[in-house]
Design a protein. Structure first.
Lengths: 183, 218
């Protein structure tokens, strides 16, 4: 795996709707910009070799960094794969939609649910929104949220940007009734 | 795979008192770790960090040409401390910081002078310089804009501003700021130069004047 750079973002919200958020709501994102493992190979039918060489190492790199940046217990999480213009969206999906990748984060966060994801192809600097859901019950409505990321010079056409995101709580000032009240 | 850099350190917490005192809505910290550029690994990983405080514009309700000094003296030092603390939490000891910069973006209901008041007085600049242990004047960017702004914050060497290898800038993306009555205040720092600096320096330049154009231009 060739890593060009690693970007860490920590977002703290202290006021929302004009009212204090206490404790502050924290979201952390860690993104690695790597060379597309299938770059220059044409249409590769079997992606398993590239997945085996990359996905687990990526999960092992990103998961502990998100937990450290969050510096508090995680309650919601999500992931992203943004593929440069010469790659396929399937290349990004190959790296993040495997247990080899996601289990590192589930293990670090004591989580049990599937990670919601954004998969997208775009030019360097493309904006993307990472969806986050509750880490043990994806139906908990208070924790449905998303976080916007834009990295100016990534991904290059032969790169893939892979990110993990974690949140310490649900939406600031969340006040929707639980899903069960509508049933 | 060998990754020798430490994860970005956890940052301090802003208090709810601060959020009320200065209308602090958000704090965003960003760290770029550059391992490779131009297809070649950098000799030592370069870490570039920015920290952004999104605060209420204290002068929105004031009469035109009101005195900016009282709110500047009250707010700018708090913001300087908040941003410096987070930069140092992300990058480590002040001795690791080699370059610095600053910026302010005012929302559409404010004046550019309001942005300037937050970053161009000793109440901000002297404190940022002291906390990051620099001696240079701090280079800057300023703007008035709608929410969703992108800007580049320039950095240069914290004690030898003319050091060419350390001229660099950071990209800042503000998804939902500044609102019309807000100001975004930014401090930025880097642990090193550009990834592969190789354009010489003042000490190596030969004298260059317009005489080099002789024979080139007609």
């Amino acid at each position: 795996m060739k890593i060009r750079k690693i970007v860490t973002l920590i977002d703290e919200t202290l006021l929302e709707g004009g009212r204090p958020v206490s404790p502050a709501a924290r979201i952390a994102v860690v993104a690695a910009v790597i060379e597309n493992p299938w770059a220059g190979q044409g249409f590769v039918e079997d992606l398993s070799a590239g997945i085996d060489a990359t996905a687990s190492d990526l999960g092992a790199l990103l998961a502990p960094r998100v937990m450290e940046a969050l510096a508090a217990p995680l309650e919601a999480y999500g992931k992203a794969a943004i593929v440069g213009l010469r790659g396929e969206i399937e290349h990004g999906s190959a790296l993040i939609h495997t247990l080899k990748f996601g289990d590192h984060f589930r293990s670090a966060a004591a989580a049990t649910t599937l990670l919601p994801a954004v998969e997208k192809r775009g030019p360097a600097g493309v904006a993307f929104d990472i969806p986050l859901k509750h880490f043990t019950d994806a139906t908990i409505r208070s924790h449905h949220q998303s976080f916007e990321v834009r990295i100016a010079d990534a991904p290059h056409p032969d790169e893939i940007l892979i990110a993990l995101a974690g949140a310490t709580q649900g939406r600031p000032q969340q006040r929707l009734a639980p899903l069960t009240t509508e049933q | 795979m060998t990754i020798t850099t430490a994860p970005a350190s956890s940052v301090g917490r802003a208090s709810s008192r601060q959020s009320v005192d200065i209308g602090l809505r958000k704090v965003v910290t960003s760290v770029d770790e550059i391992l490779m550029d131009g297809g070649k690994a950098v000799p030592a990983v370069i870490r570039q960090a920015s920290c952004i405080a999104i605060i209420a514009n204290p002068w929105i309700a004031d009469a035109p040409l009101a005195d900016l000094q009282p709110a500047t003296e009250r707010i700018a030092p708090m913001v300087a401390k908040l941003l410096s603390d987070r930069l140092l939490a992300a990058l480590g000891d002040p001795s690791t910081v080699e370059a610095f910069g600053k910026a302010a973006v005012v929302g559409l209901e404010g004046e550019l002078e309001h942005a300037a008041a937050m970053i161009h007085t000793p109440y901000f600049g002297n404190l940022l310089r002291e906390f990051l242990e620099g001696t240079s004047i701090i280079c800057f960017a300023d703007a008035r804009s709608e929410a969703g702004a992108d800007l580049r914050v320039p950095l240069w060497h914290k004690s030898h501003a003319s050091t060419r290898s350390h001229y660099q800038s950071l990209h800042i993306h503000l998804a939902d700021a500044p609102h019309a009555a807000e100001i975004v205040v930014i401090a930025a720092a880097s642990t090193g130069p550009r990834p592969h600096p190789r354009i010489g320096d003042r000490s190596t330049d030969r004298p260059v004047t317009s005489t080099i154009l002789e024979g080139i231009t007609s």
